[in-house]
Structures are given as C-alpha cells and as structure tokens.
Design a protein around this ligand. Structure first.
Ligand code: NAP
Length: 277
C-alpha cells in the first residue's frame, strides 16, 4: 500500500461525479478521506484561497477535481496556485482529473507538472454520467435533448472507471509522472447516446441538433446562468470538433481490463429509475 494514503486523501469535488465514487472506494478499504468541497470539514472553496491551506493540513495526497470545469479561462492558474501551495505544505502526491482536447485543461496539466509535485494526470473523455448526474437529466426527462452538436463520435467514459483508476494510482506504486487518457470502448454521437438511453429506459426520447444561438436561448429559458451556457457552448465548439474522435487504452493500462461500455451504463442507470418520467 502506498504510504501517502495511510494519511487522509483530500478529495476535491468529493461529493461530485468522480470524487464521490473515489471516496466510497477508499472508505470501503478502510482508508481515510477528507472531502474537499464547500460542504466539507473544513470547507474548501476554489473561489476563496484562504480555505486551501486549512484543507491541506494533515493530508497525504490530493485528488484534484476542479469546479466548474478546467475549460474556464483562469482555471489553469488556479490549479497551478493550488498545486504549488500543496507542495509547499508538504503534500506532494497530486492526481489531477483533466479533460481531453481542452487548451485550458492542458495548461493546467503543465502547471501541475511545474509545481514540483509527484503528479499523475487522468485526462478524460466526456463522462457518461453527464446524462444522469449532470445538466442533461432534465431534458431526458422531458423527452427531448437539443444540443449544438452533430454526428461527431465521443468515447464517453464511465465515472466508475475514472474512480477505479484514481483509486489505483493513489494506492499502488508506479504511477507518479504518468498521464493516462481515459475513454470508453466505443465512439457514440450524442444522438446515439440518447437513443441508447431511450431504449434502456423504455422511452421515446428525441435528439435534435440546434445552433449555438438556439442553445444559448434555451439555457436562458431554463434560467441557467450565462456562464454555464458559455461553458457548454465552448465545450461543444472546442472539444467536439472531431479532435477527440478516437479511443485510448488508458483504462486498460491502469486497471488491466476493458472500460465499461455505454450500453452497460445505460442499462444499469435506467434500472435506478432516474430517467423515468
Ligand atoms: N463532466 C465531464 O464530462 C468531464 C470530462 C472531463 C473532465 N472533466 C473535469 O472534471 C471536473 C469536475 O467536473 P464534474 O462535471 O465531474 O463536476 P462534479 O465533480 O460533479 O462537481 C461537483 C463538485 O464540485 C464541488 N464544488 C462546487 N463548487 C465548488 C467550489 N466553488 N469550490 C470547491 N468545490 C466546489 C461540489 O461540492 P459542493 O457543492 O459541496 O462545493 C461537488 O463536490 C472539471 O474540472 C472538469 O473539467 C469533466
């Protein structure tokens, strides 16, 4: 067992999609965790850097899941500042959750590497769980998903695989200085993904492609903040232009097994009833 995890692991975003799953895995093995979020003890807030040092006190490693998204301008500088502080405080083992094909995320990776940390990077595709724990749930329940994206294929990755990979790199030796690109095993368009969810949920759910302007108007109607609309438009423009239309062997390299397929995710998640209207 890696000695850094015998002290608490600080899990930033520890109540979110991947952080919660990592916390469950560490806790199940009797390893101590400290949730790093605004509701944690002590609280951790990316927007208030006076909360960072108290959260680092006594921890052995940090899982860095930034909020809201590494694509947001300035995210890299914030992650860099946090990483340097962690190293100064003697917490050298840092694992960064990053995103594929995002300029600002790749800048955050460079900041992490330059901090002097014992780093590992998990550079991930779009999470399958965006459909069940994120902004797409409401439109799936309404029976129509309208997004500014066409037939581009995305290798959706399951948050359980990301959490398993984070658990492995934190608890086993040999992952320092490694970057793992984590994708699912299959390219699906958003229309394909919505169709699979419809089949799994036994419901008729439509997918329509809309323009970026229409998408911005829709998010405003749903009273989502303008920054959120900007972020989604940015992701749909920058990341879903075909640059990420490829599979990687990251899950296989870390976990020694194939990644979970989207259809398994859809079937398991439909069984929870989350897409039942
Ligand atoms: N979603 C994807 O498809 C995807 C793909 C690749 C990479 N990523 C990266 O993954 C990271 C997390 O994204 P996610 O979608 O999975 O989000 P998430 O982890 O589900 O986000 C929610 C978490 O963030 C915490 N949080 C919210 N505001 C915060 C603040 N001001 N300070 C500290 N913590 C805060 C929440 O706890 P509290 O409410 O208690 O604060 C909660 O634990 C992002 O950096 C993103 O770039 C995401």
């Amino acid at each position: 067992m890696n000695p850094t995890v015998t002290k608490p692991t600080l899990i930033l975003g520890g109540t979110g999609k991947t952080g919660r799953r990592l916390a469950e895995r560490l806790t199940a093995r009797g390893l101590p965790v400290q949730i790093g979020s605004r509701s944690g003890t002590p609280p951790f807030d990316w927007e208030n850097n006076t909360t960072w040092e108290p959260a680092l006190d006594g921890v052995g490693a940090v899982y860095i899941s930034y909020y809201p998204d590494l694509a947001v301008p300035g995210a890299a500088d914030t992650v860099g500042a946090f990483s340097r502080l962690a190293v100064e405080c003697g917490v050298r083992r840092l694992v960064l959750l990053s995103g594929r094909g995002e300029t600002e995320a790749q800048r955050a990776e460079e900041m992490l590497k330059a901090s002097g940390a014992d780093w590992t990077i998990l550079r991930c595709a779009w999470f399958s769980q965006n459909f069940s724990e994120g902004f797409l749930v409401e439109s799936l329940l309404e029976g129509e998903v309208a997004l500014p994206v066409g037939s581009v294929g995305e290798p959706f990755v399951d948050a359980d695989d990301i959490a398993e990979a984070a658990f492995a790199v934190l608890t086993q030796q040999g992952h320092v200085g490694e970057l793992y690109e984590l994708t699912g095993p299959r390219l699906l368009s958003f229309a394909d993904a919505v169709a699979e969810i419809g089949r799994a949920a036994g419901r008729d759910i439509r997918f329509i492609r809309i323009s970026h302007a229409e998408f911005t108007a829709t998010t405003a109607e749903h009273e989502l903040p303008a920054e959120f609309a900007w972020l989604l438009n940015e992701l749909f423009t920058e990341v879903l232009d075909g640059r990420n239309e490829s599979l990687t062997d990251g899950v296989q390299r870390v976990l020694g097994r194939a990644p979970k397929d989207f259809s398994t995710y859809a079937t398991e998640t439909a069984a929870t009833g989350i897409w039942r209207n």
